[in-house]
Design a protein around this ligand. Structure first.
Ligand code: SF4
Length: 541
């Protein structure tokens, strides 16, 4: 099969993470620390495709772009995994579109992990580089035009790769078809496009199945946090009939579960940030009644949870969450400092005010736990005027959550000056520029998280495709997380300087693995352990 328009993305995005979404975070690690074989076999394995090279399932964003292009009258369009581009691209290919998430490893999670582990490119950046090499060699042969879009395309505002002809920011429905038309008809086209927001009736439904049975239910977020790239988007709820059409399509393709794409599931059907209980409940009920066995969602907000606990409980009942099959959505905690909340995210706490933020967070954690939902609280630390006192307020709020007995992950992230956000005057984070207390917050958070992960590993990997991979991943994660508490203590005590030591390790290749092992056995701690073992103290280890 060949296609005039081909869509793809790098392997960090075009994978099913062995069936367990949380494993995707491993791709944000410096690539020298995770051997390629583990990425290929466990964390980001290639997805299956037809013999033609066309994808069977694909990430939702690519499926949406495929529907937009196809609905505009261009029928020769295909989505392919990056490993199959050489098979599907040929002389009839005129346009190649890629969706990017973290092309240079500058996302908050990649930046945080780089700061912690002594720097180096993330796997997300490495995968993007691999994709670039494939595309350059095909482009030299077939001379097609490349456009790039997606949530990480803001990074190309900083530097556009030479092989990308058009950087497409924003939503695709209104402005991508005219761009395609210009390219195909040989007219001049711009190097940068800012896609306008369509109305809901201008958003087509996907025409082929999406990975994880993904279905979008909302777009945008009205809370208006300055640091967030979602902020500029107009908030919309997707009509129920379109959602159900996509659910049915995914079901027919064999998916039994649905991942709802949203920035806050309780925003569905809302007006002016008021939770629409009936709309959210109808959404879950309709999806279940269509024959879906499992429903998951990636984001929920604490104020909405506190404002409508009955909605949270009812959707949990409909989805049949229990202690073996719960939900772990990302929830923005951001800061414990009222000053920071008030200055950078005034709408965050609505319908309450910034001064109520701590109570909202603690209360929402309890409500979610009662509904078998474990929040993963993310924090944004490092605003240009953020002081140690501000960070200490965040540590206090973290300790309040822990002492309340609620189960919650705590995940401090550095503030990233995303070019599309409204944040001004913030530079990219460096270890020296972060408030000193950041490292203490990191230690408090990880100590809590390690303890929680050990208790929850069976639930976290519940959705893995293979029982064998489920078992070895569980064992591996338990070992890894069980041995790193001291690392976080060192980072806290040295205020991040210890991270430079980890910069010496390279586990990404056989030679790197051998060198790292050699460095490890020559380290003082291991030398002492070996000496004591020789002296007969082995039982103490
Ligand atoms: S609530 Fe979340 S999604 Fe909405 S603007 Fe704030 S950070 Fe962005």
């Amino acid at each position: 099969m060949s296609a005039e328009i081909v869509l793809s993305s790098d392997r960090g995005s075009f994978t099913d993470y062995s069936g367990a979404n949380p494993l995707g975070y491993v791709a944000c690690m410096p690539h020298r620390l995770v051997p390629r074989i583990l990425m290929d076999k466990v964390f980001t394995p290639p997805m299956k495709s037809y013999s033609s090279g066309e994808a069977i399932d694909a990430p939702y964003a690519l499926r949406k772009v495929e529907a937009i292009i196809s609905g505009s009258g261009y029928r020769s369009v295909a989505v392919a995994p990056p490993e199959k581009l050489s098979k599907i691209v040929d002389r009839s290919t005129r346009v190649l579109g890629i969706s990017v998430h973290d092309p240079y490893g500058l996302s908050p999670v990649s930046t945080k992990l780089s700061l912690m582990f002594g720097g180096g490119r993330s796997w997300t950046a490495k995968f993007f580089e691999d994709l670039g090499e494939t595309i350059v060699s095909l482009k030299n042969k077939y001379h097609f035009t490349v456009f790039a879009g997606g949530p990480g395309v803001w990074q190309m505002d900083l530097q556009r790769p030479e092989w990308v002809d058009v950087v497409f920011n924003g939503e695709a429905e209104l402005d991508l078809p005219p761009l395609i038309r210009k390219i195909l008809s040989g007219e001049p086209f711009p190097a940068k496009v800012n896609g306008r927001d369509p109305k809901v009736d201008q958003i087509p439904t996907i025409i082929k199945p999406a990975r994880f049975g993904e279905v979008q239910v909302t777009r945008g977020c009205p809370r208006g946090c300055q640091f967030c790239s979602i902020t500029p988007e107009m908030f919309r709820s997707i009509p129920m009939k379109d959602i159900m059409a996509e659910v049915s399509l995914n079901l027919r393709a064999g998916h039994k579960s649905v991942d709802l794409v949203t920035d806050d599931i309780l925003l569905y059907g809302s007006k002016k940030l008021e939770t629409n209980h009936q709309a959210v409940v109808d959404l879950f009920r309709n999806i279940r009644e269509a024959g879906v066995e499992e429903i998951y969602f990636p984001h929920i907000s604490s104020p909405a949870v506190k404002d409508s606990p009955e909605t949270v409980m009812e959707i949990s009942n409909i989805a049949e969450y229990d202690k073996y099959r719960g939900e772990i959505p990302v929830v923005g905690l951001e800061s414990g400092s009222t000053r920071i909340i008030e200055k950078y995210m005034r709408g965050k706490a609505f319908p309450w005010g910034p001064a109520d933020w701590g109570d909202i967070i603690v209360d929402s954690a309890g409500i979610m736990n009662d509904a078998f939902i474990t929040p993963c609280f993310t924090m944004t630390i490092g605003f240009s005027d953020e002081s140690n006192d501000d960070v200490r307020e965040t540590i206090k709020l973290s300790e309040r959550i822990i002492n309340s007995g609620s189960k919650a992950f705590l995940f401090p992230l550095p503030v990233i000056p995303i070019t599309r956000s409204r944040l001004k005057n913030n530079s990219f984070p460096e270890a020296d520029l972060l408030p000193e207390s950041y490292w203490e917050l990191l230690y408090v958070s990880w100590k809590n998280d390690i303890d929680l992960i050990r208790r929850m590993i069976p639930d976290l990997t519940y959705r893995m495709n293979s029982a064998f991979m489920h078992k070895i991943t569980g064992t591996m994660m338990d070992r890894i997380f069980g041995s790193i508490e001291n690392m976080f203590r060192d980072l806290m005590e040295t205020r991040g300087k210890k991270a430079m030591d980890y910069g010496r390790y390279d586990l990404g290749s056989a030679m790197g693995l051998f060198r790292s092992f050699f460095k490890l056995i020559r380290s003082p701690a291991v030398k002492t352990a070996l000496r004591r073992k020789r002296e007969g103290y082995s039982k103490t280890y």
